[in-house]
Write a protein that binds this ligand. Structure first.
Ligand code: ZN
Ligand code: CA
Length: 457
């Protein structure tokens, strides 16, 4: 039962029913028997030399330090369940008029290079360009951008409607590049379990306003890890655990895409960070961290084990007596970077629910810093002309309520949607159900109105 006890530190496990425990245990026995019967066969998939992700082990260490974390995680799971039930997923495309969450990121580069030189072979004080390439990969992957490696045509594939940008203001409101650099003399490598607090002591911006990413050299061949979100344990209680270590910690040798110090094949496409930030947004590995475990995502099939190989070959699972294809292209598997291009619709719902209900994430997306204010109401539309969908950038002063109307050339109102008490926002507008032609988008606050023409082709 020791393995089961450990499982109690992973998300939502408090809600496991006995029948599920029994089924999981049964599949474990069946798999063991299967593996035993296959011993002696040639091993065709070499395991990579790296430890893909330390998030689950790290979370167990956190829970040992702060037992209330387990309760918070279980409570968050219930909040996610309620939230996703309200906004059931309908299609892979962004839903009508949905807000695009923009996450301000600060990258803290922690290095042991006394010279202060930036960039160059093997230098942990990596270049700005390397950092920017990672932000580009995140946006391609989370927005499923056409024409990039983050695009897919998978029927369950989704644009998550979540974007990342290097923060342009520091916590004191001064202009910033969103990159901080720190020479640390005492050690050159960091341990994923013991040094998270040390990294936060070296550099930390408030985690309810920024996504902190510490980039450094990790011990033990770990590629990276991230801290899961939590919920408060009691109504009105906001002192969540582990605020200062809330973020992702990524090794510089797999941070960014084919650039600078990124040398660790097959993890050179920046997908380690895509994966870890998935954890930061509440996603669980596709195999649920046990044989045929639950990731609380309906459209990822049950999976026996991670694709801990250097290959993109198809893999299959037999869970509960049903043979299913593993979703090896899912960012929450352990596949090599080149195989990955998929967040599913339900993973998207889960991440967006976390942004809406987990207190620190909720404060972060509501922070006005995510898009600049404007003294007067402004509207930009891009791309325009557009085919499948377009984004509306609405800037205003402070928080206001507004309506977004779509009108055709005859003046007929095609759709309208109300946004209550929003700051400047990016809003996704799907166009695929519209006929080719010219339309008008109109934004109305209590005091102001502005409009733009858009061409659908
Ligand atoms: Zn992971
Ligand atoms: Ca699943």
């Amino acid at each position: 039962m020791n393995a089961r006890k450990n499982k109690s530190n992973t998300p939502g496990s408090l809600r496991l029913s006995h029948s599920r425990l029994y089924r999981g245990w049964l599949s474990f026995l069946l798999l063991s028997a299967l593996l035993l019967s296959q011993t002696g066969r040639a091993q065709t998939s070499p395991a990579p030399a790296y430890q893909r992700c330390g998030a689950v082990e790290y979370e167990k260490a956190l829970a040992r330090r702060h037992p209330q974390r387990v309760v918070q995680r279980a409570q968050l799971e219930e909040l996610i369940r309620q939230q996703t039930a309200q906004t059931a997923f309908r299609s892979g495309n962004a839903r009508t008029g949905e807000v695009i969450y923009r996450i301000p990121v600060v990258v803290h580069v922690i290095h042991n290079n006394a010279s202060g030189v930036i960039g160059g072979t093997g230098n942990a004080n990596i270049s700005d360009e390397q950092i920017l390439s990672q932000i580009t990969v995140l946006n391609e992957d989370y927005r499923r951008k056409p024409g990039t490696p983050g695009f897919n045509t998978n029927p369950v594939g989704a644009d998550t409607g979540i974007e990342f940008f290097l923060a342009n203001r520091d916590p004191e409101g001064r202009p910033s590049t969103g990159i901080t650099r720190h020479y640390y003399a005492r050690q050159s490598t960091f341990d994923i379990y013991d040094d998270a607090t040390l990294l936060a002591d070296i550099a930390y911006w408030p985690s309810d306003k920024y996504l902190n990413i510490w980039v450094t050299t990790l011990r033990g061949d770990f590629l990276g890890y991230a801290q899961f979100p939590t919920a408060p344990t009691l109504p009105g209680l906001t002192d969540e655990t582990d605020e200062r270590t809330d973020g992702a910690i990524i090794d510089h040798r797999n941070f960014g895409r084919e650039i600078g110090t990124v040398t660790r094949a097959p993890y050179r496409q920046g997908r380690t960070t895509t994966h870890e930030i998935g954890h930061w947004l509440g996603l669980i590995h596709t195999w649920g961290d046990e044989v045929c475990g639950d990731d609380y995502v309906a459209d990822t099939p049950p999976t026996e084990s991670p694709n801990q190989t250097e290959e993109c070959r198809e893999r299959f699972s037999n869970c509960n007596g049903v043979r299913t294809r593993n979703q090896i292209e899912n960012y929450l598997d352990y596949s090599p970077d080149a195989c990955m291009n998929l967040f599913t619709g339900n993973q998207r719902d889960r991440m967006r629910a976390v942004l809406q209900v987990s207190p620190r994430r909720q404060r972060l997306i509501r922070s006005v810093a995510s898009l600049p204010e404007s003294e007067t109401l402004t509207l930009s539309v891009y791309p325009n002309p557009a085919r499948q969908s377009t984004d509306l950038e609405i800037r205003l002063k402070g928080f206001q309520s507004f309506d977004v109307d779509l009108i055709d050339l005859t003046g007929r109102l095609i759709q309208t949607r109300r946004y209550d008490n929003f700051p400047s926002s990016l809003i996704s507008l799907p166009l695929h159900s519209l006929a080719v032609g010219v339309y008008m988008v109109r934004v109305r606050t209590d005091r102001e109105t502005t409009a733009k023409r858009i061409v659908v082709y």
